[in-house]
Design a protein around this ligand. Structure first.
Ligand code: FES
Ligand code: FE2
Length: 396
């Protein structure tokens, strides 16, 4: 990436341009990332966490993801997902009742659907010989349960295993974890950009209680590095204070704050073995379709940005300690007593506040925003299938 400045003109970020093509200008609107720009409702062909497993019971529960209305119903250990719309008159099936095992019956006229196939298997108000039976079905969605979460696949074609969309370290190791899942205001892309945003943490969060006893840098020099599916922010320079010409010194150093451990996880003294083995070159990484990983020496924070609709995002956060036994139990207690409130509450609440009030484009990016443009470019280059506003299903 280079910066171009014509006499008297503001600087414009310029992308690496394939030979023979006009340069792509970045920095004022999102024209450099047309696919990303159109992905208001998210990316198809991925598994998304929708909520905790224990929040789904026999009673049908509606969930909206990527603008699709889905109803989830438990039968024994299995959870099923169907389009939340009865094809008869369009009433949400999530208002329905459970009359027979493995089925859900619409609240209005008792059309009854098989949970597994979505087939209309009985119409209670039209008798056992109802001629419409077997002629209709509602769309069903693949569902999986992992990490204590229910995952739904939004896409077409062959369904990949859910493991594809879960970080390897969470599949290969034992761990203790705590987490939160809630719906917040704002588009999912603002949430993802905020998560990977280089410039904000050291300023927005320097008032967070989570950082009360730790110094935040004043400014950094950063580059991005691709590591498998992850785009990693790598710090080349960290500056703890700086003298701003004509203004004076600005720093987050205070007598009661201590310097944090090195920015590269695995380089500190007391480092968890699993985290050390991951050998991540930086503190923060992001991957498709919108998962952030923040690796501390002893634990890792993950957050998923699951598009709900244009203006809402489900924000699923987990904090993981790769230990079992007493250490794992102690971590869980520490999570419930402090981390849940301090980090997954007040700290990321500051992010939610900014995501809610962000209004871009237009925008004028600055040097640290290479993190944001790098993420957008990664999405663009992955040639994703963008979710469009779901059409009203005709007779499904
Ligand atoms: S609207 Fe569902 S049964 Fe009539
Ligand atoms: Fe943040």
């Amino acid at each position: 990436m280079t910066i171009e400045r014509e006499a008297g003109q503001p600087p414009v970020w310029q992308n690496d341009t394939p030979e023979g093509q006009a340069p792509v200008l970045e920095g004022q609107d999102w024209a450099a990332w047309p696919v990303y720009d159109s992905a208001t409702l998210g990316l198809r062909d991925y598994w998304y966490p929708v909520d905790w497993v224990d929040r789904f019971g026999r009673k049908p529960r509606p969930v909206r993801i990527l603008g699709e209305d889905i109803v989830l119903v438990r039968e024994g250990d299995e959870i099923y997902a169907l389009h939340d719309r009865c094809p008869h008159r369009g009433v949400p099936l999530s208002h329905g009742r459970r009359q027979f095992p493995d089925t859900v019956s619409c609240a209005y006229h008792g059309w009854t659907f098989d949970l597994k196939s979505g087939n209309l298997c009985a119409v209670l108000t039209d008798g056992p010989d109802s001629p419409i039976c077997g002629k209709l079905k509602v769309r069903t969605y693949p569902v999986a349960q992992r990490l204590g979460l229910v995952w739904v696949y939004i896409g077409a074609g062959p369904v990949p295993p859910v493991e594809r969309d879960i970080p390897d370290e969470l599949l290969d190791n034992d761990f203790a974890m705590g987490g939160r899942s809630d719906v917040r205001n704002g588009n999912w892309r603002f949430a993802a950009e905020n998560g990977f945003d280089e410039g904000h943490a050291k300023y927005l969060h320097n008032t967070a209680l989570w950082r009360l006893f730790k110094v935040m840098p004043a400014w950094n020099k950063t580059r991005l590095q691709q590591e498998g599916p992850w785009l990693v922010r790598v710090q080349d320079e960290l500056h703890w204070e700086a003298d701003y010409p004509g203004l004076g010194v600005w720093t987050n150093k205070r007598w009661w704050k201590r310097m944090p451990l090195p920015d590269r996880p695995g380089k500190g003294k007391r480092v968890n073995k699993v985290i050390d083995a991951l050998d991540i070159p930086g503190f923060v990484s992001i991957r498709l379709p919108g998962l952030l990983r923040v690796a501390y020496p002893q634990f890792i924070h993950y957050e998923w940005y699951v598009p709900v609709d244009e203006d809402h995002v489900r924000y699923v956060q987990i904090m993981v300690r790769f230990e079992r036994g007493l250490t794992g139990v102690a971590f869980k207690a520490k999570y419930l007593a402090g981390i849940r409130w301090l980090f997954h509450g007040q700290f990321t609440g500051q992010d939610a506040w900014m995501v809610d009030v962000t209004d871009a484009p237009p925008e004028r990016l600055y040097r640290p925003d290479l993190s944001i443009t790098g993420w957008r470019r990664m999405v663009e280059r992955s040639k994703p299938v963008v979710q469009t506003r779901p059409q009203r299903a005709k007779a499904e």
